[in-house]
Ligand binder design. Structure first.
Ligand code: NAI
Ligand code: MG
Length: 528
């Protein structure tokens, strides 16, 4: 997904100065542990499964160990759900759906969501601390972008809770016909690790506003913050079973959710390959599905663009969040007349701006990749770029100058003279890794932009408004940024075309996926 790029410029307000290393833990019980984060924040980290508003152990006792990508230290181990645990969560969600939640007035439902949004704001520093520790994203980004988005998204959908209306449709005097917007039922939600709480909020907001109940599985790479968030759900006063939160392996707990006969709808954000698996599994009971998957989004720079702005937005578009953004504009297409100038200015800007370091440090723009697997993946694409004959213009190596040399840091990497048949042009890398390609004219720009199996984001830089809007129509993507990149807003629909997904999240459109329209026909005069 995204980065709230605009606020990137306004976050340098408060900060905490940090010392990674020295992590003290004290065991409290099997289902909670006392932790001290690298920035000195001490808190109780739940470690169980959150089912029916209670903390429970996983049925087999299997655990997931969360690693800090900054120094590779172990943070904590949490319970990993088995299919039996998913069954229990689904049962709780079903009971809540048939019981107190269904009978609650929509306005009261909205009140609970407002309360949850407020609790997120009240606990934003703690939640941001955990995101940074577990995921590696810069603390100021976690706090001022991710957590602001979580609270904002929940608040936005809280306002919708009592505004999901049906319609009366006039078919003549002999009949009254109307629609009721009904919740879909028990929803499975599978979350990725790049925006752990943000992606949860995008899915919880519309699901709760429409009156559904939920079984949510967090990503195994970032299992911690969502468990602290779970406590806030209980504190806000949601009835037991409305939101159940599990950690677990994708192929175990995730697959159990996707295949579950007691789940009516599945929402997923993650890789295209896993999205396809989930589609297949969901066929078992014809679940309603929404998928938000991969991307290889183009950013086109025309000769007549404001080059300085194009350079700065191109940097945000691919280097934010360590490049781990599904909408990252990872293919920069530049018109021949300004290609060399753009490449030079872009390299200079990346060199100046992408400061790599401890994510708790205020100066850091780029923290580590989330896991060793993602780090290895980015490094392997660097090898692919080199062996395919692209020109390595910058970076192209692991970065070892943070702390004592541990951590999954990768230098921002730029390949030029890239051809459309190269893997680095076609495949999603999901790192601080960009390819820059030239084009002759508008036709070739669009041909290259659309030469992909994906269709998530897209960007165009030009001062010609007519051209900009013409391209906005022709580019195959769910979102277009004109003279910008990565704008994302909970009021605006978000999603992809082609193999970037199915359905839309956010905005009013986000409600569509979480409600069915029931048609009621009342006979007022067709007498037999
Ligand atoms: P993934 O798609 O396998 O994992 C995402 C979520 O799906 C996790 O919660 C995981 O536990 C779950 N999952 C995995 N296999 C499952 C299955 N068979 N059934 C149900 N749930 C399952 O992605 P992964 O392995 O973490 O990352 C690989 C690549 O995916 C990344 O390099 C990136 O290209 C892409 N990705 C895209 C994201 C996006 O925002 N669209 C987010 C994360 C990854
Ligand atoms: Mg981690």
């Amino acid at each position: 997904m995204l980065s709230r790029s605009l606020s990137l410029f306004s976050y340098r307000l408060c900060h905490t100065s940090i010392r990674p290393i020295a992590i003290h833990t004290r065991k409290m019980s099997d289902l909670s542990i006392e932790l001290t984060a690298p920035n000195g924040k001490t808190y109780s980290q739940p470690t169980g499964l959150f089912i029916n508003n209670e903390w429970v152990a996983s049925s087999k006792g299997n655990k997931i160990t969360s690693i800090s990508p900054t120094d590779e230290s172990e943070i904590a181990s949490v319970h990993a759900a088995e299919p039996e645990d998913v069954d229990k969560a689904v049962e709780a969600a079903r009971a809540a759906f048939k019981g107190p939640w269904r009978d609650m007035s929509p306005t009261e439902r909205g009140d609970l969501m407002f309360k949850l949004s407020q609790l997120v704001s009240d606990n934003a520093e703690l939640l941001a601390t955990i995101e940074t520790w577990d995921n590696g994203k810069p603390y100021q980004v976690a706090l001022n972008e991710d957590l602001a988005e979580v609270a904002g998204c929940l608040k936005y959908y809280a306002g919708y809770a009592d505004k999901v209306h049906g319609q009366v449709i006039d078919t003549g005097a002999a009949k009254l016909a109307y629609t009721i917007r009904e919740p879909v039922g028990v929803c499975g939600q599978i979350i990725p690790w790049n925006y752990p709480l943000g992606m949860a909020a995008w899915k919880l907001g519309p699901a709760l506003a429409c009156g559904n109940t939920i079984v949510l599985k967090a990503a195994e790479q970032t299992p911690l913050s969502i468990l602290v968030f779970a406590n806030l759900i209980k504190e806000a006063g949601f009835p037991p079973g409305v939101v159940n939160i599990l950690n677990g392996q994708g192929r175990v707990a995730g697959a159990a959710i996707a295949q579950h006969l007691g789940i009516d709808k599945i929402a997923f954000t993650g890789s295209t390959a896993t999205g396809k698996e989930i589609m297949k599994s969901a066929a078992i009971n014809m679940k309603n599905i929404t998928l938000e998957t991969g991307g290889k989004s183009p950013l086109m720079v025309f000769d007549d663009a404001d080059l300085d702005q194009a350079v700065k937005w191109s940097h945000i578009g691919i280097m934010s969040n360590m490049g781990q953004i599904c909408t990252a504009t990872s293919r920069i297409l530049v018109q021949e007349g300004v290609y060399d100038k753009f490449v030079e200015a872009f390299k200079e800007h990346v060199g100046k701006t992408s400061k790599i370091g401890d994510p708790f440090s205020e100066e850091t723009f780029q923290g580590p990749q989330v896991t060793k697997a993602q780090y290895d993946r980015v490094l392997s694409y660097i090898e692919a770029g080199k062996s395919e004959g692209a020109t390595l213009a910058m970076g192209g190596e692991a970065y070892k100058n943070v702390g004592d040399g541990k951590g999954f840091f990768v230098s921002p990497t730029i390949f030029t003279h890239v051809k459309a048949n190269m893997r680095v042009f076609r495949e999603e890398v999901f790192g601080p890794f960009v390819v820059i390609v030239s084009f002759k004219d508008e036709e070739e720009a669009l041909e290259k932009a659309n030469d992909t199996t994906y269709g998530l984001g897209s960007a165009v830089f030009t001062k010609d408004v007519v051209k900009a809007h013409r391209i906005a129509r022709k580019v195959e993507a769910g979102m277009v940024w004109i003279n910008s990149s990565q704008d994302s807003d909970f009021r605006i629909p978000f999603g992809g075309v082609k193999q970037s997904g199915i359905g839309r999240e956010l905005g009013e459109a986000g409600l569509e996926a979480y409600s069915n329209k029931k048609a009621v026909h009342v006979n007022l005069g067709t007498w037999l």
